[in-house]
Design a protein around this ligand. Structure first.
Ligand SMILES: [Zn+2]
Ligand SMILES: [Zn+2]
Length: 365
């Protein structure tokens, strides 16, 4: 194919335009960002060849006069190391395929417009609110969303079959023609299959888009252990694509309510556990509230405020692996109110008995 057409350039393009055009193509078609795509790799090779020819004044002159010559057989002395291939494509090129670039190059300038290509539908974003317990157990939700659906009038194609008449795309000639630079291209009209007779007309129900907006209710399975801010991806549940293109995805962000006393970090759950002075001093077995009811925890003698205990496997389940985190219990010692004289006497006696200075560490060198 013509080197100028490959890079989408006019004949008189400046060296700067050649470089920019190649950079644009390379960003989309470099093999590193299209692994396993043979068509992209082949196109990339041809674009590189075109670039190497057009960027070299001597070779370009030779090419302009004689067309493709010796450069075909030269090993590719790749010039593109200075460009940034890691950047994604510009201007909506992220999902660009080889065919999309081809349609850009070949069909863009077609008078009357060759039938526009299908486009992938955009993604739809939504939110669900979950209670804390619900988020740990998993649940099912009905969600009302508005999204684009395939038009029933035309089956999503944007076109309807017509009985007879002259093809409006090629004006009955059966061939579409267009210019690019100094060149004129022609090909059999895709709309009427080259017959010149109208076979389709734009669908009025959807304005030839192939899609219409609808309110829909969909059911979402929320996996156990979804945390606040987590995003669920539902593949191919987004907007229908234009003219029969693939559906986009649906992304649902979870908003999880806080809990009265449980706190979540990663897949671990945290709780502050009030413990009486005598339990902490003498040791005790106490109940700890977990997501699925009380669990037993042994507090050893001489436990202090702030001491932490771990209940393995009593945390939140990971929505990915199903594996559960731990429950982390932080002890808070609660003093007795000691409003009666007997309690106060006992505490004074305890003080005399122990006699130790709890602050002495603060004053020792
Ligand atoms: Zn339609
Ligand atoms: Zn036609």
């Amino acid at each position: 194919m013509d080197f100028y057409v490959i890079l989408g350039l006019k004949r008189g393009a400046s060296p700067g335009e050649v470089k920019r055009a190649y950079k644009r193509v390379a960003r989309r078609y470099h093999p590193d960002i299209n692994p396993g795509d043979g068509e992209a790799a082949a196109f990339y090779r041809r674009a590189t060849e075109a670039y190497e020819t057009l960027v070299d004044p001597d070779r370009r002159q030779e090419y302009d006069i004689h067309g493709v010559a010796s450069p075909m057989n030269e090993p590719a002395t790749v010039e593109f190391q200075g460009f940034d291939f890691s950047a994604s494509g510009t201007g909506g090129g992220v999902s660009a395929t080889f065919r999309e670039l081809f349609s850009e190059v070949l069909e863009q300038a077609a008078p009357g417009g060759a039938p526009a290509a299908a486009e992938r539908g955009s993604d739809v974003h939504g939110e669900i609110a979950l209670g804390f317990d619900e988020s740990l157990a998993g649940t099912e939700r009905r969600l009302a969303i508005t999204r684009l659906e395939a038009c029933e009038g035309c089956g999503g194609t944007g076109r309807r079959r017509a009985m007879a008449g002259r093809c409006a795309i090629c004006h009955g000639t059966g061939t579409t023609r267009w210019r690019r630079g100094h060149m004129i291209f022609g090909k059999s009209c895709a709309d009427c299959g080259g017959s010149g007779r109208m076979r389709y007309h734009p669908c009025g129900a959807c304005g030839a888009e192939g899609t219409v907006a609808r309110d829909t209710a969909i059911t979402i399975q929320v996996p156990a252990g979804v945390s606040d801010g987590a995003c669920l991806r539902l593949e191919a549940q987004g907007n229908a694509g234009r003219r029969g293109g693939a559906r986009g995805d649906l992304y649902i962000t979870a908003r999880v309510e806080g809990h009265r006393f449980l706190r979540r970090e990663g897949d671990d759950l945290y709780v502050d556990l009030p413990v009486a002075v005598h339990e902490a001093a003498l040791g005790a077995v106490v109940d700890v509230p977990t997501a699925e009811g009380p669990a037993s925890l042994r507090i050893p003698p001489a436990t202090q405020s702030g001491d932490r205990f771990r209940l393995p496997g009593r945390g939140a389940p990971s929505p990915r692996t199903g594996q559960r985190g731990d429950m982390i219990v932080t002890v808070t010692i609660v003093l007795p109110p000691a409003r009666d004289e007997r309690s106060r006497r006992l505490l004074r006696e305890l003080g005399r008995l122990q006699g130790n200075d709890v602050r002495k560490n603060l004053f020792e060198g």
